[in-house]
Design a protein around this ligand. Structure first.
Ligand SMILES: [Zn+2]
Length: 114
């Protein structure tokens, strides 16, 4: 199972992202072709086509983390004693919610596993 060029909706909190595979030429930044990109303002996640299925899945998961980071307001300036829990709590809540609200993501990330 791979993503396709046809956008698939992904719900992250109140936001909807359209996920799709795109040619690497659409993911260029400073002359480098990136593996994925997320636009919070435009509501899309793009993953570079032509990668191995495992790298494609990991890239989608990476981009979902960016969207969760944005949605759940993960703090970046906590004192050291609060940093670990203060970061992991909203990240785990956000990721759990993403997986609950988007069962296709679980099937996509772990094909053939029940
Ligand atoms: Zn990144």
């Amino acid at each position: 199972m791979t993503l396709s060029r046809i956008p698939v909706p992904l719900f992250i909190g109140p936001y909807v992202y359209q996920c799709q595979l795109v040619p690497g030429t659409k993911l260029k930044e400073k002359g480098q072709i990136k593996e994925g990109e997320t636009s919070f303002l435009k509501g899309w996640i793009r993953v570079r086509e032509g990668m191995t299925p495992e790298r494609e899945r990991e890239t989608l998961l990476h981009e979902i983390h960016h969207a969760v980071w944005d949605c759940y307001g993960i703090p970046t300036t906590l004192p050291e004693a609060e940093r670990e829990e203060g970061t992991i709590r909203p990240l785990s809540t956000g990721m759990y919610t993403v997986l609950l609200d988007n069962p296709w993501v679980v099937n996509y990330l772990f094909p053939g596993r029940k």
